[in-house]
Design a protein around this ligand. Structure first.
Ligand SMILES: O=C(O)c1ccccc1NCC(=O)[C@H](O)[C@H](O)COP(=O)(O)O
Length: 223
């Protein structure tokens, strides 16, 4: 199974096209008004329609209500719902049933004990996305361009289908994949020239460096 690459926080058609042309497997749209990457439902719909059939679409929300999720799902028809708030395992399971889509749950990591928080999600989420804990006082629960110590993931059960994110860049993604054997990586800030402004050259470099890491990802069914 090949490494999957997701470029998150795309909010303009041109950079979405650049991500797809670079070979991204997934493109991510953020619905969170405090974010510089926030897109309204109609923008999400337009961006998703560009991507459809060319890359899978992820829709990122933070503790969104059923009504907002229903509006976003109807507009953008995403392949993946990425939950980046304090959604419980029960909420993850309920949303998976309600919307019949893949659900990824973000778990913030700062130290080894934080991996314990991921345990109940393996059974209910299609993927657990490990992201760095936001810095103190951060406005955003993710997308802060901060990395965590990847060695914390080195002994994960190889059957775990996780996504590595947080502070990845074209310069460090190869090392991150070598250390963690991640089956998938997700980036936002590391391919931007300013907050919320994606850089096509950085996107190309990121996808190339990720794919050339040459590390067999962990194998095994999603769990
Ligand atoms: O990107 C945002 O603005 C955002 C807002 C609220 C919650 C999560 C957000 N982003 C998450 C991501 O883009 C990625 O999943 C991940 O955190 C990597 O971000 P980065 O460290 O910027 O590469």
């Amino acid at each position: 199974m090949a490494l999957e690459v997701k470029i998150c926080g795309l909010s303009e058609p041109a950079t979405l096209e650049a991500a797809i042309a670079a070979g991204a497997d997934l493109v991510g749209l953020v619905s969170f008004p405090k974010s510089p990457r926030h897109v309204a439902p109609e923008q999400a719909a337009a961006l998703a329609s560009i991507a459809r059939g060319r890359a899978r679409v992820g829709l990122l929300t933070v503790d969104a209500s059923d009504d907002l999720l229903a509006e976003l799902v109807a507009a953008a028809m995403p392949d993946v719902l990425q939950l980046h708030g304090s959604e419980t395992p029960e909420r993850v399971a309920a949303l998976r049933r309600l919307f019949g889509r893949e659900v990824w749950k973000a778990v913030p990591v700062g130290e080894a004990d934080d991996l314990v928080a991921a345990e109940p999600y393996w059974a209910v989420a299609d993927r657990v996305l490990f992201d760095a804990k936001p810095p103190a006082g951060a406005e955003l629960p993710g997308g802060n361009g901060v990395a965590f110590d990847w060695r914390l993931l080195a002994n994960l059960d190889p059957k775990r289908r996780f996504v590595l994110s947080g502070g990845l860049t074209p310069e460090n993604v190869g090392e991150a994949v070598r250390v963690t054997h991640a089956p998938a990586v997700d980036v936002s800030s590391g391919v931007e020239r300013a907050p919320g402004v994606k850089d096509p050259d950085l996107i190309v470099r990121f996808v190339r460096e990720a794919r050339s890491a040459g590390v067999p990802p962990r194998e095994g069914p999603a769990s």
